[in-house]
Design a protein around this ligand. Structure first.
Ligand code: 2HA
Ligand code: ZN
Length: 269
């Protein structure tokens, strides 16, 4: 079967990066059943032929108006689809959509009429904000990293920047590779507008946001980088858990060591 990715190596690479990350999410145990979502803005890879491609779905409402997304294109994981399947067959478990000129509806253009993720409105709200704020970010990822979610079940960890500081202090590189730390959103119903709005507010200060007792939402320029930020944070969480399992509270790096890192790597906080 022909694919929109045929003869479009740059677009193919972007979708293959999503498939690569989907495989990691499954292997790490962060993507049970259909858990997690990925959307990437692929508009920079859209050519004239793609703009002419007919819709293969009815016009569908987003539910909100997103003025910055007029004529933008996204690859989205399909609703109910599994990351482990997307890893092998990205175009059968996700699809490419075009946002219509009314900025509140979309159509699917390729390869198959796979309905996008149930979290599409919240993901698109975030993509709309990237463009409005002239941010270079084009990827968003939601996943269920085991140790980080476990830590979110402990109230004392949920104060502002408590977890950021703890996780940064487990390995020096964590702060270098996740310099804005981990934002916190108190528990809210999955897929709700309240969750989307609270996430957007946290993204003003953080690239990775914890959804209490649920998972994380991460953003970056591309999907590999978004994954890497979650991966380094969860690695630090694993080190913390390992130390606790060995029966002691880990010391963590000292404030002085943290400061030295921040200066050496020109980190913001
Ligand atoms: O779409 O993880 O929170 C699957 C989810 C929603
Ligand atoms: Zn989830």
């Amino acid at each position: 079967m022909s694919s929109i990715l045929d003869e479009r190596p740059a677009l193919r690479k972007k979708v293959e990066d999503v498939a690569e990350v989907a495989g990691y999410l499954w292997q790490k145990g962060w993507a049970e059943r259909n858990g997690g979502n990925i959307t990437i803005n692929i508009t920079s890879n859209v050519d004239a032929d793609m703009r002419q491609m007919p819709a293969i779905s009815p016009v569908m409402d987003i539910g909100i108006t997103l003025p910055e997304l007029k004529g933008q294109y996204f690859y989205c994981k399909g609703t109910g689809k599994r990351m482990r399947d997307l890893a092998r067959h990205p175009m059968a478990n996700g699809s490419i959509i075009r946002i219509l000129d009314d900025c509140k509806s979309y159509v699917i253009i390729a390869d198959e009429a796979v309905q996008p993720t149930s979290e599409l409105p919240s993901h698109l709200l975030v993509h709309n904000w990237f463009i409005k704020k002239h941010l270079p970010y084009r990827a968003s990822l939601h996943t269920h990293p085991i140790e980080l979610v476990a830590m979110s079940h402990h109230k004392p960890f949920l104060g502002k920047d408590v977890l950021s500081r703890l996780l940064w202090s487990m390995i020096p590189e964590t702060k270098a590779f996740c310099p804005r730390g981990l934002g916190i959103v108190p528990y809210k119903l999955p897929s709700s507008n309240e969750l989307a709005q609270a996430t957007l507010e946290q993204l003003a200060d953080y690239d990775v946001v914890m959804w209490e007792k649920h998972g994380v939402f991460a953003v970056d320029t591309d999907i590999i980088s978004a994954f890497d930020q979650v991966d380094v944070l969860n690695k630090s969480a694993q080190i913390y858990v390992s130390a606790r399992n060995m029966g002691f509270e880990p010391d963590g790096m000292t404030d002085e060591q943290m400061k030295e890192m921040s200066v050496a790597f020109h980190l913001p906080k």
